[in-house]
Design a protein around this ligand. Structure first.
Ligand code: GAP
Length: 445
């Protein structure tokens, strides 16, 4: 087993054991590359989304929020070019029926020719020539399953923003430059999903479209590139594991004039998890043509009319959560024993603290319960009275809980408790009536 598999295998197993991520429909054998978030995973992803929303919407007066529907008018996807162009070239093996992307590095020879060899069954000459395969999921709207009722699950959230740009502009009384942000599900029928939650068929995006005056897009592109990297570093992700990758002309999506990926060094290599794109006026112009509705902006100061340019920041919530998990994962020796710990930044940690009675007698459980009930009003806190205190600490290390609060014999005498720091392993005594303030301060730092 390679070390890459090893680290990812350990992470996948920890994610399941501790309730971060489960395979979808597992009791039926699982559904390919679709994942469910368990009690800790849903908190982690929610904390990431909340940080994003705070930075992108609440902290800025020039960005508004939106929650558009997943189902959109089918013409949207004709206008955007997704019906015609959101495709991957695909190769079939006629022998074992497996499908591959035409650029799969495992393919040997030229697909469609006798020399080509299937990487799964090894048959020669069984691979078809590449065919274009559309990645959008299709379904039917209404009771009749006919061509006229075909509708798509959105492959990106961005289009809900473009078609609502005038509604938001008029109702919020924003002026250009301004942005619209939204978080929501997107779907792509990926041919080669994999690497745990990295590439899946159902995922969540956190996207923001910033509408600017043509000619100013270059400076806004640079502004948002810098802002997004700053945000990621502020989440506690190690800066030396992050880098930009500029798209070559061949890599650019059909709508983009310039684009940078933000990549993270996962255990399986450097890969993109966020993109900053200069989408020009491509989307709005196309929607204007296909809908027949004018989508121009009137600058009342100069009386100029124009279709705005758009700078997009597009992040995957699931991929960002995977980055946070990979970055937090550590194994270390503590006094001769192996410890696995998730070093989440406290603000992202699913549980902020765990409360333990040292033993289940002498008034300790009662005091610990009272403390737990009090803390629960402010933070997501866990109560654990099972097993040795060492095992309880280790369980919380694996969950990434920053603080362990132990009620011991002294606590029942002087109303103080010990607070153990997940990272330094140091313990301090804190008066139990000061604990809420103590944790509030620590969690904010
Ligand atoms: N609106 C632009 C857009 O969708 P993208 O680069 O195709 O651009 C943006 O996707 C982000 O969405 C990616 O950086 C990634 O984090 C996430 N994403 C895309 N496809 C994904 C998939 N199949 N599984 C998980 N996340 C995905």
């Amino acid at each position: 087993m390679s070390s890459v598999d090893n680290v990812m295998d350990k992470l996948v197993s920890l994610a399941k054991r501790r309730g971060f991520v489960f395979q979808s429909s597992e009791i039926y054998g699982g559904l390919g590359s679709v994942w469910d978030y368990g009690p800790l995973g849903v908190e982690l992803k929610k904390n990431i989304k909340e940080r994003w929303w705070r930075a992108m919407v609440h902290a800025r007066e020039d960005i508004e929020g939106l929650d558009a529907a997943i189902l959109m008018h089918p013409k949207v996807w004709e206008a955007t070019g997704h019906v015609a162009g959101f495709t991957d070239p695909l190769v079939d093996c006629k022998h074992c029926k497996n499908r591959f992307r035409a650029d799969d590095p495992r393919l040997k020879g030229t697909p469609g020719q006798p020399d080509a060899q299937c990487p799964v069954c090894g048959t020669r000459g069984s691979l078809t020539a590449p065919r274009q395969f559309n990645l959008m999921f299709k379904t039917f709207m209404g009771p009749v399953e006919e061509q006229a009722a075909v509708i798509f699950l959105r492959p990106e959230t961005a289009q809900g923003i473009y078609v609502n740009y005038l509604n938001v502009l008029q109702s919020s009384r924003q002026k250009i430059p301004f942005g619209i942000a939204q978080i929501g599900k997107a779907f792509r029928n990926e041919i080669t999903p994999g690497n745990f939650t990295f590439r899946t068929r159902e995922f969540e995006q956190m996207e923001m479209q910033f509408f600017v005056k043509p000619g100013t897009e270059g400076e806004w592109f640079e502004f948002w590139r810098a802002e997004r990297m700053k945000w990621l570093v502020a989440l506690g992700i190690r800066a030396d594991k992050l880098r930009f990758h500029q798209h070559t002309p061949k890599e650019l999506a059909h709508y983009a004039k310039e684009a940078y990926d933000i990549e993270y060094e996962f255990p399986f290599g450097w890969h993109e998890f966020e993109g900053i794109h200069n989408r020009t006026d491509f989307d709005l112009t196309r929607h204007q043509q296909f809908s027949g509705k004018k989508l121009e902006y009137l600058d009342t100061a100069t009386n100029e009319r124009y279709v705005p340019y758009v700078i997009e920041t597009s992040a995957g919530a699931d991929r960002t959560a995977l980055v946070v998990l990979c970055d937090a994962y550590a194994e270390e020796d503590v006094e001769g024993e192996k410890r696995v710990v998730l070093r989440f930044q406290p603000s992202l940690a699913p549980l902020k603290a765990a409360v333990f009675p040292l033993v289940n007698k002498d008034g300790m459980p009662e005091l610990a319960r009272r403390l737990y009930d009090r803390l629960r009003r402010h933070f997501n806190v866990f109560y654990d009275d099972g097993g040795s205190i060492g095992r309880r600490y280790r369980r919380q290390d694996e969950a990434g809980t920053p603080f362990g609060i132990t009620v011991d014999g002294q606590s029942t005498q002087d109303q103080t408790v010990t607070v153990r720091d997940r990272d330094t392993l140091q313990q301090v005594r804190v008066a139990s009536d000061r604990l809420t303030d103590y944790l509030t301060e620590k969690l904010a730092s």
